[in-house]
Design a protein around this ligand. Structure first.
Ligand SMILES: Cc1ncc(COP(=O)(O)O)c(C=O)c1O
Length: 401
C-alpha cells in the first residue's frame, strides 16, 4: 500500500491503517530494541507462575519497605513499560520532526490495534486518550444537551464525573438525577449509556463485542499497570460521528480516530509503551493474573475478617481486585464520632507508624479499610495490616485513650 507522509496534518491515514484487516496490515519496525518479557525464571518447580514479592522486585519500582495496598488509587506502572516509554521519549528528541511528522502515527496505530484486539473490539471503534477523565469529558461534552434532558448518575459515580455532570447541567438546563445503584443495571431503550470502567482493564475480562456498550472508558494506568497517561475510549460505530475529543485539533473532520489521535503536541510515550505492557499481559496471561488476584483477595479478606472478628459489607463475589473490610470494634471504640477524621487518623497511623499505604473509609458510622490486590501483593501484606490494626487499638488502650 502506498503511504502518504504522516503527521499532525496528515492524520487521515490513521483511519485507513486502523481499518485494514489483519492479513493486510504490516506493523512498523520499532527503531530500537524493546524490553522482552521472559517468564522462565518466574515459574516454580511445578511450572506455575510465581507472583508476589519476586514480581514486585523484578517488574515494579515499588519500594520494598512500603506495604503497598492501594493499587486502586493511582495504579503502579510496570518497569519494562516505563523503560519503553523512556526509550520513545529519548528517540523522539533525537529528531523531533522525523518522529512527530513522519513516524509516530503508524506506531500509535499499531498499539491501538493491539489494544483493540485485547479488549475484543474493532480498532476503528477505540481511541487512545490520556485518562478516563478525558474520555468521559469528550463524550458528555459532545452530546447536544437541551433543557429538560436527564443525565442519570449513581450514588457511587466518581466524584469528578459528578462535578462534570453538574457543570454540564448548569450550562445547558439538563437535569441531573442520582440513583442508588441497583443490580442488574439495565439501560432504558431511549437512554444512551456511558460506562465508566476506569478500573476495569486488567481487573476483569473485558469483551467489548459482547458487552456492546454505547460508550466505554477504561484506564490503562490502573490495573493494567501502564505508565501514567494512558486510557481508551470506545464509541459504538453509529455514535462516533457526534463524539469530538475534549480538545479539538488538526484531526477535526477526518474521522473519529484521526480526531482523537492528535489533540495538540504531546508526549505519546505512555501510549507507545502499551506495546510492552501488552507483551507482559500476553506473556503472563490475563487469566493467570486474575486467578492469582482473586485467590489472594479471598485469602486476604478471610485473614482480616477472622483476625478482626468483622465482616465484609457485601458478598465476596461482588469484589474484584478491591474489597472493603470493616475495622475491628476496638478501633471504632477509639473515637467519639466515627467520621472522615477518624478514618484519616487510622490511615495516617498506618502510613507513619507501620509503612502501610491503604485507604480507610468512613461509611454510615462504620470504618472500613479498602484493600487492593495485585500481582505485586502477597498474603503477608494483609497479615501485616491485620496485626498493625490490632496493635493500634491495643496501644490506645494501653495509653488510656
Ligand atoms: C470510577 C473512576 N472514574 C474515573 C476516574 C478518573 O480516572 P483518571 O484520573 O485516570 O482520569 C477514576 C479514578 O480513580 C475512577 O475511579
Amino acid at each position: 500500500m502506498a503511504k502518504r507522509d504522516f503527521g499532525s496534518f496528515h492524520a487521515s491515514n490513521v483511519q485507513e491503517l486502523l481499518s485494514l484487516p489483519n492479513e493486510k496490515y504490516f506493523p512498523p519496525q520499532v527503531p530500537f530494541s524493546l524490553p522482552s518479557i521472559i517468564l522462565d525464571d518466574h515459574k516454580n518447580s511445578h511450572g506455575s507462575l510465581i507472583f508476589g514479592r519476586e514480581i514486585k522486585k523484578r517488574f515494579f519500582l515499588l519500594e520494598d519497605s512500603c506495604c503497598f495496598l492501594n493499587h486502586g488509587a493511582f495504579g503502579a506502572a510496570l518497569k519494562p513499560g516505563l523503560d519503553t516509554a523512556r526509550q520513545w521519549q529519548l528517540y523522539a528528541e533525537q529528531q523531533p520532526l522525523r518522529f512527530y511528522d513522519r513516524e509516530v502515527m503508524p506506531f500509535l496505530v499499531h498499539v491501538s490495534r493491539r489494544m483493540a484486539h485485547f479488549v475484543n473490539c474493532c480498532p476503528t471503534d477505540l481511541a487512545l486518550v490520556h485518562n478516563a477523565t478525558f474520555g468521559i469529558n469528550s463524550v458528555l461534552n459532545s452530546l447536544d444537551w437541551v433543557a429538560g434532558d436527564v443525565i442519570l448518575t449513581f450514588n457511587i459515580t466518581y466524584g469528578a464525573v459528578k462535578k462534570l455532570v453538574k457543570h454540564i447541567c448548569s450550562k445547558t438546563g439538563a437535569i441531573n438525577r442520582e440513583a442508588e445503584i441497583q443490580f442488574p443495571i439495565s439501560g432504558k431503550e431511549e437512554a444512551r449509556v456511558l460506562i465508566d470502567g476506569a478500573h476495569a482493564l486488567g481487573s476483569l475480562p473485558l469483551d467489548l463485542k459482547s458487552l456492546n456498550p454505547d460508550y466505554y472508558v477504561s484506564n490503562c494506568h490502573k490495573w493494567f499497570c501502564s505508565p501514567k497517561g494512558a486510557a481508551f475510549l470506545y464509541v459504538r460505530p453509529d455514535l462516533q460521528h457526534e463524539v469530538r475529543p475534549a480538545v479539538v485539533s488538526h484531526g477535526l473532520g477526518s474521522g473519529f480516530n484521526s480526531e482523537f489521535v492528535w489533540t495538540g503536541l504531546d508526549d505519546y510515550s505512555s501510549f507507545l509503551a502499551l506495546h510492552t505492557v501488552l507483551d507482559f499481559w500476553e506473556a503472563f496471561t490475563p487469566s493467570a493474573i486474575r486467578t492469582y488476584i482473586h485467590q489472594l483477595m479471598r485469602d486476604a479478606t478471610d485473614v482480616l475478617t477472622k483476625l478482626w472478628d468483622t465482616k465484609l459489607p457485601a458478598p465476596l463475589q461482588m469484589f474484584g481486585s478491591m474489597a472493603l473490610v470493616e475495622l475491628p470494634k476496638s478501633i471504632h471504640q477509639m473515637f467519639e464520632t466515627v467520621d472522615y477524621s477518624a478514618a484519616e487518623t487510622v490511615q495516617n497511623t498506618l502510613y507513619h507508624d507501620f509503612s502501610i499505604e491503604v485507604p480507610i473509609k468512613s461509611l454510615q458510622d462504620r470504618l472500613y479499610v479498602r484493600i487492593s490486590v495485585h500481582i505485586h501483593n502477597q498474603l503477608s501484606d494483609y497479615e501485616k495490616l491485620g496485626r498493625a490494626m490490632i496493635t493500634i487499638s491495643q496501644k490506645r488502650k494501653h495509653n488510656g485513650e
